[in-house]
Design a protein around this ligand. Sequence first.
Ligand code: UDP
Length: 239
Amino acid sequence: MRIDVLGVGFDNCTMDQAVAEGIRLMGDGGCHYVVTPNPEIVEMCREDEEVRRIINGADLVLPDGVGVIYAARMLGTPLKEKVPGVDFAQKLMASMAGSGKTLFLLGAKPGVAEEAGRRLEAAYPGLRIVGTHDGYFQEDAPVAEAIRETGADVVFVCLGAPKQEKWMVANGPATGAHLLVGLGGCLDVFSGNTKRAPEVFQKLGLEWFHRLLKEPRRIGRMMKLPLFMIHVMGEKGKR
Ligand code: UDP
């Protein structure tokens, strides 16, 4: 069941249910994609009909941040729990390591995906990363073809939003992969270039605040958060 937050329908599932569904989609044939919107992306969807269609068209729409969880609760339709993309990806890889499914890492600055790949293979023994490509390319088709040649089952697409979502819809079928997951800055985390917030920040729902302290240039983007809350309050009034 999906829960509407300002026009974006979020799957109301726990982390474990989301991972189980990801695994099912992987083995389902066809080409599926997963998105992990945060309040900033919900705001993008309000401003851009095409982005909204692409987000809502995903096979799994996971609430990446605590902001979406608060919003759903305020609107009287609570979601079960937050499902951060980075945690979802880690659980998916743990499962893939045991099943022999293969993974391709796409995105981030040159060298980052390779380093992430090395670290992930060490962290998840048995995980098969069959290829990597940076996220700064001009033409999509050769990249999709390079992925197809590896025979990857799953692609982590880390180009930032909404570029990665558009890329998955336009190029997913050409990659031959069964599951594509849009994961923003995850490769920077997996490569060790960016540190995740300490657990206490994560538990308190303050991961965004830690990120702001580390990367003050994000303030412009984060100003979308109060705007999001204003829109949620407006919607609550209407309902
Ligand atoms: N990126 C990319 N190609 C581009 C633009 C961005 O590969 O054309 C990468 C960028 O290097 C970073 C990621 O996309 O690794 C976006 O990270 P950001 O922190 O903005 O994403 P978030 O996690 O906030 O969605």
